[in-house]
Design a protein around this ligand. Structure first.
Ligand code: BG6
Ligand code: MG
Length: 224
């Protein structure tokens, strides 16, 4: 294992809740009922794809022009940015600071593969941006998760072969992307929504370098 690539929302910090609040704010304005179940299905998905799904949920996919959709996304992002402006290093999910330290001590490279265009801003608020050797710019990609492009780009930026990378995700689309990239997939959350993951932990506090190393080794032996 030469590199670990992180998803951001739901793995490093709990911004999934902020995305939920911001989309709910927009959905209310356009009379669409939006709940946490629907929000689950937006995890890992780009801003554009999220709006499309919300409009489909509400039977309103033909109702808005492109310019109107741009405006809705702009408003969602402004609301979201107000929420993330309050983030501090205290908002790192449990165990993540320790894992970043352990990786640095072992000279294992650290990458970020988040679909969020707000990722650098969030990492600055959490005071961990300097820990990352590579941060993928999702705006420069042709395809979003579950396509593997974002993880393959992270590996290329880190100059590590995908087979030597582990990646950590909290969303189904993300786990599929990691597996299609040929990497060791670590899921955080409920086992049933992490189909295909090589290792599943219930919470981020379970993520230690020892566990990753141990499971990585067993997986390697099994695949010989
Ligand atoms: C992902 C989130 O990390 O980023 C999605 O899981 C979100 O919910 C996506 O839609 C895009 O984020 P942003 O910040 O660019 O709107
Ligand atoms: Mg996520």
């Amino acid at each position: 294992m030469r590199a670990v690539i992180f998803d951001l929302d739901g793995v490093i910090t709990d911004t999934a809740e902020y995305h939920f609040l911001a989309w709910k704010h927009i959905a209310e304005q356009i009379d669409i009922l939006f709940d946490r179940d629907m929000n689950e299905r937006l995890k890992g998905i780009s801003r554009e794809a999220s709006l499309e799904r919300i409009l489909i949920f509400g039977g309103a996919e033909k109702k808005y022009t492109n310019a109107e959709k741009q405006e809705l996304m702009h408003q969602k992002n402004q609301y979201y940015q107000t929420l993330i402006s309050k983030l501090t290093p205290e908002d790192l999910l449990p165990g993540i600071g320790r894992l970043l330290c352990q990786l640095k001590n072992e000279n294992i490279k650290i990458g970020l593969a988040s679909s969020s265009r707000n990722a650098p801003e969030i990492l600055r608020h959490l005071a961990i941006i300097d820990d990352f050797d590579a941060i993928v710019d999702p705006a420069a990609l042709a395809k979003g998760k579950p396509d593997p492009e974002i993880f393959l780009t992270a590996a290329a930026l880190l100059d590590v072969s995908p087979a030597d990378c582990a990646a950590i995700e909290d969303a189904e689309a993300g786990i599929s992307a990691i597996k299609s990239a040929g990497m060791f997939a670590v899921g955080v959350g409920q086992e049933q929504s992490m189909l295909g993951a090589d290792l599943v932990v219930r919470q981020t506090s379970d993520l230690t370098l020892e566990l990753l190393h141990g499971e990585w080794e067993q997986h390697r032996i099994k695949s010989i």
